[in-house]
Design a protein around this ligand. Structure first.
Ligand code: PBG
Length: 355
């Protein structure tokens, strides 16, 4: 079981219940500590158990043949060329991690205002999908449907002529074509992460019209405008938007102050045909995960994002937190809150630790 049950000191206590020689000081009928007395009892009443199949590993892919390139703010996370990506996918599959979510880091020269590379059949992420599917067909492959890796401004969609907002409906049209290309490349689940209105329904119709009725939609249903995406934006080089004067992602990603609105968003995506509903970030939004769990009968996913990962690593580096225990506890909390699936940069290490 997890690292919590095998702590030293248990053995001394595990020989049997202590008989009270005298009547107890407190005449208590209820003593919840009884079920915490031994490792065995604690395991028996454990309510939440993590397993490798709970995790989805987000992976970053780059062009070329360079060796793995570690992302500074995300220790242990690398940008991988397609060959190394395939190796990593094999390793994850062997460890029992059922799925990966692929994120491309594009050469900045290929980016433009309209994100045109997103619709190129030979774009990096689609080649990566085909390579992974060929090598590890049983691994579930997920790709983001959003324009941020492809746009020079770093936004998830295309801008209005005045460049003062992301244009919803025109963006959705592009996302639909993007999703169909991803399905054609062999993706199992497309994951719209853009937060445009109506995109789940539109993508569902586009996939069906193209014959991809079996391709699922993992909707980033309640995605918040979080400051904790910073390390990810470094990783894929989409940080420009953060520095853009005219607009921030606040016109499409949710306000972190809002709770009821998450249920509104989730019920829309549910009704539009999403197969799995996601909350993002995860650890700071456990109340939202719980609300979503209660609002839908579909599977709920949560994304433990780059900043959550970076935070734990940074504190561990300073010697202020225990990496392995905090990693475990952070994921346990997300599952306990109601997530069936967790996207986490800890996926590989967790799967290994749980074996
Ligand atoms: C954007 C996207 C983001 C992440 C995944 N897809 C962040 C953003 O809005 O810039 C963040 C993941 C992370 O921080 O780990 N489509």
């Amino acid at each position: 079981m997890g690292s919590f049950v095998s702590r030293r000191g248990d053995r001394a206590l595990a020989s049997g219940p202590t008989a009270m020689a005298h009547s107890p000081l407190l005449p208590l009928a209820q003593r919840p500590r009884r079920l915490r007395r031994t490792a065995s009892l604690r395991t028996m009443v454990e309510e939440t158990v993590l397993r490798p199949a709970d995790f989805i590993a987000p992976l970053f892919v780059v062009e070329g043949k360079e060796p793995p390139d570690e992302i500074k703010s995300m220790p242990g996370v690398f940008r991988l060329n397609v060959t190394d990506l395939v190796k990593e996918c094999r390793a994850l599959h062997r460890l029992g991690v059922p799925a990966v979510a692929l994120f491309p880091k594009l050469d900045p020269k290929l980016k433009d205002d309209e994100g045109t590379q997103a619709l190129n059949e030979e774009t990096l992420v689609l080649r990566a999908v085909r390579a992974v599917k060929r090598a590890v067909p049983d691994l579930t492959v997920i790709t983001d449907v959003a324009l941020d890796p492809y746009t020079s401004h770093g936004h998830d969609g295309v801008l209005t002529p005045a460049r003062d907002d992301v244009e919803n409906d025109r963006t959705v049209e592009i996302l639909c074509r993007m999703a169909v290309l991803q399905a054609r490349a062999g993706v199992d689940l497309v994951a719209p992460s853009d937060m445009m209105d109506g995109r789940v329904g539109a993508i569902r119709r586009a996939l069906d019209a193209a014959g991809f009725t079996g391709t699922g939609i993992l909707a980033y249903a309640a995605k918040y405008n979080s400051a904790y995406y910073g390390p990810f934006r470094d990783a894929v080089g989409s940080a420009q938007a953060a520095g853009t004067r005219l607009l921030s992602k606040a016109t499409y990603q949710m306000n972190p102050a809002n709770r009821r609105e998450a249920v509104t968003e989730v019920l829309l995506d549910d009704a539009e045909g999403a197969d799995i509903l996601m909350v993002k970030p995860a650890g700071l939004y456990l109340d939202i995960i719980r609300d979503v769990r209660e609002a839908t009968r579909k599977p709920v996913a949560a994304y433990q994002i780059s900043g959550e990962y970076a935070q734990i690593h940074a504190a561990a580096r300073l010697g202020w937190l225990d990496l392995n225990r905090c990693r475990h506890e952070s994921l346990l909390a997300i599952k306990r809150a109601g997530a069936d699936l967790i996207l986490t940069y800890f996926a590989r290490e967790m799967a290994r630790a749980l074996r």
